[in-house]
Ligand binder design. Structure first.
Ligand code: 13P
Length: 346
């Protein structure tokens, strides 16, 4: 492992004013997104859609530091035969790859999941590196149980096995000279309030960093991708933007060592503008030991997906929508966003 080089890539992923495009939807997830815009999820349509994003010169060269790809996409070529990975590199962004293989039910813990994909991961990482990937992603999913049926979810079991797998993955990535994005996602589904999200996320992050240390992962060569401290979607009392920002910053400061170069949030089902406003408010607080930026999937892609709707004629409109969201989040990554900028574009 060359830690100086891993650190250089990690810092490039969180360059001020830039963030990560999470375009690593699995075949099942991209089908759901395409269903919503009445587009068939064929291999060609998936390629055309992602080619549209990666050829968005303005968004990709100015606001996007890296792109997380799904296995299918990393091997795909654009219509003219250029590998999609090359389009990303030509725009000055870094290709990355989602390497987990999804979730399975966790035995003895009804309703909880464990992320799988460690078997043969070392071999797969080698091939991804040869293809150009310089970072990877593994997502653990932690649900918060609610009400009578909640049975005290998450269990300590789910937190521990998922943290263990995240650290195993991260260590394997660094051995393959690939920067791991460590993503322990506490879901925002449910009716829990922001303080419950805070408390669960704190347990999850503490356990995750404990495992990372046990497994000798170099913190300087990784990126953390967490959820924010936020109210559950069905909670009647929704925390304000300022409360989300203050609590998330406090939470991260208490759990994430300063050796970690950067934190790139997932959007997790927040609206486009909420995800931007929250990131902006955190960066306005400032004085943080790590860079704080975005690694959004839905909050970057919902608008371009609608604008494109599967039609070649709509590619420029899709690219404009993508450039706008990328620019708004770029401004938020340095605390320079303003809600008025959204209205100007509308
Ligand atoms: P969302 O921003 O849509 O949550 O996706 C980010 C991601 O990569 C989830 O794993």
């Amino acid at each position: 492992m060359n830690l100086a080089d891993l650190n250089k890539v990690a810092l490039a992923m969180v360059t001020p004013g830039k963030g990560i495009l999470a375009a690593d939807e699995s075949s099942g997830t991209i089908k759901k997104r395409f269903d919503a815009i009445n587009v068939d999820s064929t291999e060609d349509n998936r390629r055309d859609y992602r080619e549209m994003l990666f050829r968005s010169q303005e968004a990709m060269s100015k606001y996007i530091s890296g792109v997380i790809l799904y296995d299918e996409t990393i091997w795909q070529n654009a219509k003219d035969g250029t590998p999609l990975v090359k389009l990303i590199e030509q725009a000055g962004a870094i290709p990355g790859i989602k390497v987990d293989e999804g979730t399975q039910p966790l035995p003895n813990c009804p309703g909880e999941l464990v992320t799988v994909g460690l078997d043969r991961l070392a071999e797969r990482l080698k091939k991804y590196y040869e293809r150009g990937a310089r970072f990877a992603k593994w997502r653990a999913v932690i649900d918060i149980g609610s009400g009578a049926g909640g049975r005290g979810i998450p269990t300590m079991t789910a937190i521990r096995v998922n943290a263990h797998a995240l650290a195993r993955y991260a260590a394997l990535c660094q051995a393959a000279q690939i920067v791991p994005i460590v993503e322990p996602e506490v879901l925002m589904d449910g009716d829990h309030d922001i303080d419950r999200c805070y408390e669960v996320t704190q347990r999850v992050l503490n356990r995750t960093f404990q495992e990372l240390r046990v497994q000798r992962v170099a913190l300087e060569g990784m990126i953390l991708k967490p959820n924010m401290a936020i109210s559950g979607k069905k909670c009647p009392k929704q925390a304000s933007v300022q409360e989300v920002a203050e609590k998330t910053v406090r939470l991260l400061k208490s759990c994430v060592p300063a050796a970690v170069p950067g934190i790139a949030f997932l959007s997790g089902g927040q609206s486009d503008e909420e995800a931007t406003a929250h990131l902006d408010a955190m960066n306005k607080i400032g004085n943080l030991p790590w860079k704080l930026t975005f690694s959004y999937g839905r909050a970057l892609q919902a608008a371009p997906q609608r604008a494109w709707s599967g039609k070649a004629d709509n590619v420029p409109a899709g690219q404009r929508a993508f450039a706008h969201r990328a620019k708004m989040n770029s401004l938020a990554s340095t605390g320079h966003w303003d809600a008025a900028l959204e209205k100007q574009a509308a």
